[in-house]
Design a protein. Structure first.
Length: 119
């Protein structure tokens, strides 16, 4: 079965950096676009970043553009989210998700990793 496992979350001071990883298994990783989402307490889940199956195209929410970088290593079945210049408002549970070709929706999600940014 498909599994997505996030790691790399933690507590960091404002202005710091974290790198999240999401290891995928269960189907051909390189066939799927990948995305990162986040959900803060009391708020709806929101899109953060996405990357095409090849890594050739990337997309970002305006709130993270210029600070976060999404990348992937298809040989390692892993997608990354490098987060720099972190702000307290970036505090959330971060989820990775997989998007089948030709679909707008993401069909598999990880369990999430907590990111807490202190001021």
């Amino acid at each position: 079965q498909v599994q997505l496992v996030e790691s790399g979350g933690g507590l960091v001071q404002a202005g710091g950096s974290l790198r999240l990883s999401c290891a995928a298994s269960g189907r051909t990783f390189s066939s799927y676009a990948m995305g990162w989402f986040r959900q803060a307490p009391g708020k709806e889940r929101e899109f953060v970043a996405a990357i095409s199956w090849s890594g050739g195209s990337t997309y970002y929410a305006d709130s993270v553009k210029g600070r976060f970088t999404i990348s992937r290593d298809n040989a390692k079945n892993t997608v990354y989210l490098q987060m720099n210049s972190l702000k307290p408002e970036d505090t959330a549970v971060y989820y990775c998700a997989q998007q089948p070709p030709g679909f707008d929706e993401y069909d598999y999600w990880g369990q999430g990793t907590q990111v807490t940014v202190s001021s």
